[in-house]
Design a protein around this ligand. Structure first.
Ligand code: ZN
Ligand code: ZN
Length: 262
């Protein structure tokens, strides 16, 4: 009988001292991926967390419903056992009753006597605008539930910002790379660009624009601590991979007219 109980107590781990009053819940650290746009403008991300929570069947005492609790024979109901002698004695939670001071006549079938169960919970985490990889938020009391009236633990979330195909970040500025074609680059054009909040803004590309040139859209960057960055539109120039005969002829004439080497 006692041997069976030791297994349950071992799973519960050392340091558990239910008999000695409220116990603070488990603190949970977890990293979460945040899409670039959410990190830039702020928003919410769902996070699934695994928490140890007080078993709902036995309310943490490890006993099956209707089971009788008897004082633990190992620790005489004290919940602790002394190791060593005299002033070197150390009190440890009793391994047989897991510090509770009592043992049930039958263990709780839900938690197998451990007193707590592993629960999966979904929480929505608020991401502040301008969040960067490595930034942490501590949500007080959002970790594991406390036992016997103890405070809940904290939930500490570390952000990892995932890259975007279109945007990249430079401080509070956001750089958007936009491809234009050779005709747009040489003759000029108007193009439309999406801002971080998914509005479309038209910008004028002047004639004679080279690849890598940046155009600023003021105030459409990242807002953080009362400051606001800009959206920088950087153009790349796409060149047709194949030309029709007519296009090739026209391009040769274009180059010769301008004295361009080819
Ligand atoms: Zn239980
Ligand atoms: Zn005991």
């Amino acid at each position: 009988m006692t041997g069976v109980l030791i297994i349950g107590a071992g799973a519960a781990g050392a340091g558990r001292q239910r008999a000695r009053g409220p116990e603070r819940g488990q603190s949970i650290e977890q990293s979460v991926e945040v899409p670039f746009r959410v990190a830039a403008v702020g928003g919410k991300v769902p996070v699934a967390i695994e928490v140890n929570e007080e078993c709902a069947t036995c309310h943490g005492n490890g006993a099956a419903p209707g089971a009788q609790l008897r004082p633990c024979g190992e620790c005489s109901g004290r919940g602790v056992i002394s190791f060593g002698q005299g002033s070197f004695a150390v009190n440890r939670p009793c391994p047989v009753c897991a510090g509770r001071g009592s043992v049930p006549s039958e263990r709780c079938p839900t938690c197998r006597g451990a007193g707590d169960t592993r629960v999966s919970r979904k929480v929505l985490i608020t991401v502040p605008s301008g969040a960067e990889t490595g930034a942490k938020v501590r949500l007080k009391g959002q970790g594991g539930k406390g036992a016997a009236g103890g405070q809940a633990g904290d939930l500490v979330i570390t952000f990892t910002v995932t890259p975007d195909r279109f945007y990249k970040r430079e401080g509070l500025d956001v750089v958007a790379t936009v491809p234009i074609n050779v005709a747009q680059a040489t003759l000029g054009s108007r193009i439309s660009v999406k801002t971080l909040d998914e509005k479309k803004v038209a910008i004028r590309i002047p004639a004679g624009t080279s690849a890598g040139k940046r155009f600023k859209i003021t105030g459409q960057g990242i807002e953080k601590d009362g400051k606001k960055g800009d959206l920088l539109v950087e153009v790349t120039i796409t060149v047709p991979e194949t030309l029709t005969e007519a296009q090739e002829k026209a391009m040769r004439e274009f180059a010769e007219a301008g004295g361009m080497k080819f």
